[in-house]
Design a protein around this ligand. Structure first.
Ligand SMILES: C[S@@+](CC[C@H](N)C(=O)[O-])C[C@H]1O[C@@H](n2cnc3c(N)ncnc32)[C@H](O)[C@@H]1O
Length: 421
């Protein structure tokens, strides 16, 4: 007897919940989003995830702020006034960051290069002030640096990629008196002649990995989705190309690289495959390497089977982990007491290294089971204002899917003097 009543109430309740959900979607994301089916939502949330996250990008369903779109908006194109107003609030800063602001230079905007991740969080934790000296160890398209320059800070922008330096230099030409650029590895940050003495820098940023420009440009050879020369060098100072490595490394070395830098469970199989295939024809193209791996391993799920191999080779070619460790050491030497170190990572290997380094440097005492008592940590030079990593919020994930795997860690230099070697 109670069944029809319960069923009716349940149906009414469900309709009310659905109505509220659709109204919320309409309010927050525009009417188009309210029409999505559940599966489309999943696709939307996953859309555009790049190779760094180990998945192939999907075409975005919602008109998220892709580089091309940011570019179009910066050029104030055909978008209607009402549509522009609707989106203006959270898109304006992104457009500014992405598009190289023509108004800074009084010239037409530059083509899109890279949309910086976690801009609000970087701005907040860097807390740049007029007169501060800041090192941006990964200048890229200059998006983060522009935030520091606007606050009146002076910036040393380092990148190993001359294309990045040329782009950012042009983009930020209006700040030429406050910006010095340096083509180098970030581990060499203290070597620039214009830098004040060690221990006088108020902030250092490392936003690791490759830029969207590097990844999207087939000629740079980072992508397994766009055929190009098998290169993967972030800058000309890398000692070899990916083709050099793939065609010359021993099978054992390749297994080790795939395991260590790619955490690839199929390392042995892939290394054997590569060494067998190169006997007949050496590898010269990214597409060739990717399809060779795919044809042997097959494709299971969304992740391309060459994802981890490409990450591992890229990290080997650019010596990413060893340079990162050296850069963290150099950063501690450069920072003034109270100076901030911000590091953004995109995968677990980097994040583990940064986390362990910062945690060790933030311990006043160290202990060992063989010691009678804890000892002073001679490397205690940092404090951690936030112990956990900081991730992007949902608004940013909507406009920049690349931010999905970004983790920001922050440390502050304490007053303890460095021991001279
Ligand atoms: C993620 S992008 C940085 C984007 C930048 N924060 C922006 O707002 O446009 C990383 C940049 O760091 C550079 N890079 C990577 N490893 C480096 C290293 N060891 N030394 C110097 N630059 C490096 C890359 O060439 C790339 O341009």
């Amino acid at each position: 007897m109670t069944f029809p009543l319960t069923f009716t109430s349940l149906a009414t309740l469900l309709m009310q919940v659905r109505g509220a959900w659709l109204r919320w979607l309409g309010r927050t994301h525009g009417a188009g989003m309210a029409k999505k089916k559940p599966l489309e939502w999943v696709n939307f949330l996953m859309a555009g995830r790049g190779e760094e996250q180990g998945t192939a990008p999907l075409p975005p369903i919602f008109p998220a702020l892709t580089p091309a779109r940011a570019w179009a908006m910066a050029g104030a194109t055909a978008m209607s006034d009402s549509a522009r107003d609707q989106r203006a609030d959270h898109r304006k800063p992104t457009t500014f960051l992405m598009a190289g602001r023509g108004e800074e230079q009084g010239t037409a905007p530059l083509p899109p290069y890279h949309l910086p991740v976690l801009p609000a969080e970087v701005e907040r934790w860097m807390d740049a002030k007029s007169g501060d000296v800041i090192i941006d160890g990964t200048l890229g398209g200059g998006g983060h640096t522009s935030l520091f320059l606007q606050k009146g800070a002076r910036v040393l922008g380092i990148d190993r990629d001359p294309e990045a330096l040329a782009y950012a230099g042009k983009r930020l030409a209006a700040y030429r008196d406050a910006l010095s650029t340096f083509q180098a590895n970030y581990s060499q940050m203290s070597e620039h002649p214009n830098l004040p003495e060690s221990g006088q820098v108020q902030g250092i940023l490392l936003d690791l990995g490759v830029s969207s420009h590097q990844l999207d440009c087939a000629e740079r050879g980072f992508s397994f989705q766009k055929d190009g020369p098998l290169d993967m060098r972030m800058g000309p100072n890398a000692e070899m190309t990916a083709a050099d490595f793939v065609n010359a490394a021993s099978e054992a070395e390749m297994v080790q690289v795939l395991r260590e830098f790619g955490e690839e469970p199929q390392a042995r199989r892939i290394a054997h495959l590569i060494t067998e295939r190169r006997r007949k024809t050496p590898f010269t193209r990214t597409g060739d390497l990717a399809s060779c791996i795919e044809s042997a391993l097959g494709r299971h799920g969304r992740t391309h089977p060459a994802t981890r191999t490409f990450q591992a080779i890229r990290m080997r070619i650019n010596e990413e982990l060893s340079l990162l460790h050296d850069a963290l050491e150099a950063a501690v030497r450069c920072l003034a007491p109270g100076g901030r170190l911000l590091v953004i990572t995109f995968h677990s290997l980097e994040d583990r290294m940064v986390k362990q380094f910062l945690q060790h440097r933030a311990k006043p005492y160290i202990d060992d089971p063989t010691w009678p008592a804890p000892r002073d940590n001679p490397e205690y030079h940092l404090t951690l204002p936030v112990r956990k990593s900081i991730s992007a919020g949902s608004a940013e994930l909507t406009s920049n899917p690349r931010a999905r795997s970004a983790k920001l860690r922050v440390a502050v230099r304490n007053h303890r003097k460095l021991e001279t070697p």
